[in-house]
Design a protein. Structure first.
Length: 326
């Protein structure tokens, strides 16, 4: 068996449309382990995307950037109380206040070492997937879902990351039954992360004392950036509403009139194709230092910018040219 040259590999990459590092960088152990346990010879769209982003993160790490924060993985939650405690601990680890809404979830997660990407994978694809890397982790969120569902999916993936699940694919977050104990408790964790108990209880009691349950749900959903199913689940867990009291919450939809009258914020988290800002800055830093080409930069930014939008590079000084020709 003969060796394949770098030029031949580059040609193969060009023909197959695969990134060059696909042929020269080993995938993360979690990906290798996952593949070994899957019977199908083909990868789903979310599996393929998460492997691509994992390789890209590890490429940037090999060039000296994107180092994650170190932490000791906590134990898996065994009950609702432990899931809530884990959510509070997660906020502390990410440097987020223990109370109130989380406006930006992606940025603090990237600083913590979990890099969240989104792409529209269509209605038939899973909600999300996560894999551990040698250092840190990657989550991919299906942006086909509504914004509240996308945020819940990312919060759920954080739960998997914290307890060091090697590789997970979640078809539908927020709907796991109690019989699937670990996944159900990670759903509880995700709701507790986005809707901390004290903040939600105080706001819910305040609003329902002066307006309808439906209007209170619309306000709280917008303030905490969650969907109505997530809000209803959390209200039930905290015994702030039960049975028929939850029906108007689940049925509530935010209208244009609500947005105007209540000055609601329309969230767009993880819409379309998105990348963590920390990752984007690392890529542009490599481009500015001329360690990667414009073409490679565009590939690493998943086509979210074109060459015309890249920052100008400084002109080469005459003295620098003579270093190469003298």
């Amino acid at each position: 068996m003969r060796r394949v040259s770098a030029l031949e590999l580059a040609s193969i990459a060009d023909e197959t449309g695969e990134p060059f590092e696909w042929f020269v960088i080993e995938p993360a152990p979690a990906i290798v382990s996952y593949r070994a346990g899957v019977d199908s010879p083909t990868m789903s769209s979310i599996d393929r995307l998460i492997e691509q982003t994992a390789r890209e993160i590890e490429l940037l790490q090999s060039l000296g950037d994107l180092e994650p924060a170190e932490f000791e993985s906590p134990a898996r939650p065994e009950n609702v109380t432990q899931a809530g405690s884990l959510a509070a601990k997660a906020r502390t680890l990410m440097g987020i206040d223990r109370a109130g809404p989380i406006i930006d979830l992606v940025g603090p997660l990237a600083n913590f070492g979990l890099f969240a990407f989104s792409q529209n994978l269509g209605p038939d694809a899973p909600d999300a997937a996560t894999t551990l890397l040698h250092r840190g982790g990657v989550s991919v969120i299906n942006s086909d879902r509504a914004v509240g569902r996308r945020r819940l999916a990312l919060a759920h993936e954080l739960g998997h990351y914290l307890i060091a699940d090697e590789y997970t694919v979640d078809w539908r977050v927020g709907t796991w039954p109690n019989t699937q104990r670990t996944e159900w408790l990670i759903d509880v964790f995700a709701r507790a992360l986005l809707l901390p108990a004290d903040s939600l209880r105080q706001r819910w009691i305040e609003l329902t004392s002066r307006e309808s349950v439906r209007d209170a749900a619309v306000r709280v959903g917008s303030e905490f950036r969650v969907d109505m199913a997530t809000l209803a689940g959390r209200l039930s867990e905290l015994q702030l509403a039960k049975g028929e009291e939850l029906s108007p919450v689940r049925a509530a939809t935010t209208t244009r009139a609500d947005i105007i009258e209540y000055d609601l914020v329309v969230a767009h988290d993880l819409a379309g194709t998105t990348l963590p800002r920390r990752y984007e800055k690392a890529v542009l830093g490599l481009y500015r230092s001329e360690r990667i080409s414009a073409e490679r930069t565009i590939e690493l930014l998943h086509g979210t910018v074109d060459e015309a939008a890249l920052p100008p590079l400084p002109p080469v000084h005459e003295d620098e040219i003579w270093k190469f020709v003298s």
